[in-house]
Design a binder for this molecule. Sequence first.
Ligand code: URA
Length: 433
Amino acid sequence: MRAIDIIEKKKKNYALSKEEIDFMVQGYTNGEIPDYQMAAFLMTIYFNGMSYKEIADMTESFVNSGDTVDLSKINGIKVDKHSTGGVGDKISIIVIPLVALCGVPVAKMSGRGLGHTGGTIDKLESIDGFRVELSPEEFIENVNKYKMAIVGQTANLTPADKKIYALRDVTATIDSIPLIASSIMSKKIASGADAIVLDVKVGSGAFMKDLDDARELAKTMVSIGKNLNRNTIAVITNMDQPLGYEVGNSNEVKEAIKVLSGKGAKDETEVALTIASFMCLLGGAFDDFDEAYRDLENKINSGLALEKLKELIKIQGGNPDVVDNPELLPKAKNTFLVKSELEGYVNEIDAESVGISAMLLGAGRKTKEDSINYGAGITLKKKIGDYVNKGEVICELHTDLDSVNEAYEKILSAYVIKDQVPEEKPYVYEVIQ
Ligand code: URA
């Protein structure tokens, strides 16, 4: 086989065999195929797309390029969840205890934040003592005993995806649905998931800016799941503005605690309960979505969910007192108030700009090497649909910095305020299964 013939074939829009895809992926990963040939190959995929079968073969090849996590010693159906990335997205922290309470094992492997989106691992590390490095034995033991554990990703999972993603980043081939879908699904499959619930975000703060693209991405990932025998459901959710009111690490833990105590914002409560309900369905705890949803609401209202979060924090070495007393979480030194320069209804809050503003305040990383300030972040005081007067506070910036000009300008520009009342949009658009 020769790379040039495979590139030529895809250029002419013929379907590739599993062997041809594997030849390209493994050859590139081990250095036999150079960047320029892989770049050309990626561009042919960008323009000509791939069939569902080709995308599944590509995903499998990514999985086979590195280690895979063996969760076979965990009893039950291991259901993972993945979000395509949002701002203020603390859904994982909410769903882990909820799903575990239903007896479905949650063996979660999560990442750190980079750029405008935060990472669950960083958020949990804002809790004093919380350990995200567990040995494989401790991880498995905790899931069997408590039905939940979370670790940062350490194993050499999907190196092919890592290398190809870096090349996509500099060859304008990131925004290709076959490439995004295979990249995401390969990581979930390599981490040992039996079943997967995907939270596909759509809107200004998401990868997918419109519903048609989000639907296509969702369908593609669900088809990969079908092809590779992993039951997969995708939920398309709104990311036209940050989820909830808090952005930043300890801020988001605080808000997750609120949701689990039944006092959370409507948007993130609905998204979290929807994702958790589907995880419970795939894990075999319920047969009916509405029944699962109602049961999870009861678990919140009865206080059980909050107790389970305390247990999660405790078994991972963190201080569970933060649940009853969130004031124990790290706080930034300074708070700056952002005031509206206009009067009217909030029509848009560009989530990406909010994420960048939070990063500038110290809540996120510009590069992988940056350190973060757990107490830094943003509290939104106004969301889409709210009325604001001129001079009224629209959000608070929390930071250790003494001046915040850039972050202030960024968040001010994120708010679009107009005379007309904005159209109301759903929190959950569609479910693809
Ligand atoms: N997230 C991923 O993991 N991969 C992509 O290609 C895009 C988003």
